[in-house]
Design a binder for this molecule. Structure first.
Ligand code: SD4
Length: 338
């Protein structure tokens, strides 16, 4: 079932013009199609759409799309992010194309566009993952400017606040708890940013799938901590014969169930994307246990090869942006398991 708000948004666009259909909860769009996590996905989808609408490759779309979020001063996916508990911003990202090519960077510092470095790892090295100073060295050798690494004013304030208690306690749904009108991610009153990850998956006009994921990880994490986002199979997985999935939320728990890969394998068995996301979420809940699960959030989104799409959340509050035509870029509230 589509959410009521979703219908209202669509209504204002004119229902007769729709190129998607929803039948018993199965949502399908004609290709091309792009999905991304949280409300910052609206702006990211727009950039991805410019490529997809001109017959471009899904891989280019998912790179260019999330670069918008990485560059946004109002968002903490990139260098404006909250730091780790030692005061340093460290970034993770990965990308995967239609041929099982993939690349990722972990614990990358002072580089504005980790997603593009991940793509260079994929295309220019014999490796899949580069981490830390090695990843930075590679980025610089590839011509990416080394930024100052100084915290933004807002991140400085958030860090000073955090230092008062120095308590590591991820806030669930922090990404959209203070959503603004024009879907502009903003900072919360307590100094916390409201976004730290974007995951994007796309199906292009030729029917090829690709995906990307980029994050600053959990704010105030231990130095060196890596979540699911740059890990192929956990944060992102693409199998061009079947579908693509990307994850957001508490990375440690998504890694434990190989979230994105699990979803794609469930789709291979015939499940539609929403059902596959739900089944994977049920596994996460089972592993975590209901009591501990109430303190965390996780969200999954997926696209099948045929253009069906869907998502599922552990708890209320996770949404994702769907774009499949110039004037159809809207948010869907994912159903929650708990
Ligand atoms: C992580 N999965 O580093 C990321 C965080 C996230 O929305 O997705 N936040 O664990």
């Amino acid at each position: 079932m589509l959410h009521r708000r979703h219908f209202l948004q669509l209504g204002s666009l004119g229902l007769s013009a729709l190129t998607f259909s929803s039948f018993r909860g199965r949502m399908t769009a004609q290709k091309p199609l792009v999905l991304s996590t949280w409300d910052a996905g609206i702006a990211a989808n727009k950039a991805a759409w410019q490529i997809l609408r001109n017959g471009g490759r899904a891989l280019d779309a998912v790179e260019q799309g999330v670069r918008v979020t990485e560059a946004s001063l109002n968002c903490c996916v990139g260098l404006g992010a909250n730091p780790d508990r030692d005061g340093y911003v460290t970034l993770d990202a990965c990308i995967m194309d239609e041929n099982f090519n993939c690349g990722s960077v972990l614990f990358l510092e002072k580089i504005k566009h980790p997603i593009s470095v991940a793509r260079r790892v994929m295309e220019k090295t014999p490796h899949v993952m580069l981490a830390g100073s090695g990843a930075q060295q590679f980025a610089v050798a590839e011509g990416f400017p080394l930024e100052s690494g100084e915290l933004s004013e807002d991140a400085k304030r958030a860090y000073q606040n955090w230092l008062k208690k120095s308590e590591y306690k991820p806030v669930i749904n922090i990404e959209n708890s203070k959503r603004q009108e024009a879907f502009v991610p903003t900072k919360l009153e307590n100094g916390d940013w409201n976004h730290d990850t974007i995951g994007m998956i796309a199906l292009d006009a030729k029917g090829n799938l690709s995906g990307s994921c980029t994050t600053s990880g959990m704010g105030f994490k231990m130095r060196g901590r890596i979540g699911d986002s740059p890990i192929i199979g956990a944060g992102l997985f693409v199998d061009n014969e079947v579908g693509a999935a990307v994850a957001t939320g508490q990375g440690e728990d998504i890694i434990r169930i190989c979230g994105a890969h699990t979803i794609v394998e469930l789709m291979r068995q015939g499940m539609d994307p929403e059902t596959a996301c739900k089944k994977a979420m049920e596994r996460l809940l089972k592993v975590k246990g209901i009591d501990k699960a109430k303190a965390i959030q996780a969200g999954f989104i997926a696209i099948s090869k045929s253009g069906e799409y869907g998502g599922y959340a552990l708890q209320k509050g996770f949404n994702f942006a769907v774009c499949h035509a110039d004037d159809k870029n809207f948010l869907v509230d994912a159903k929650p398991l708990i």
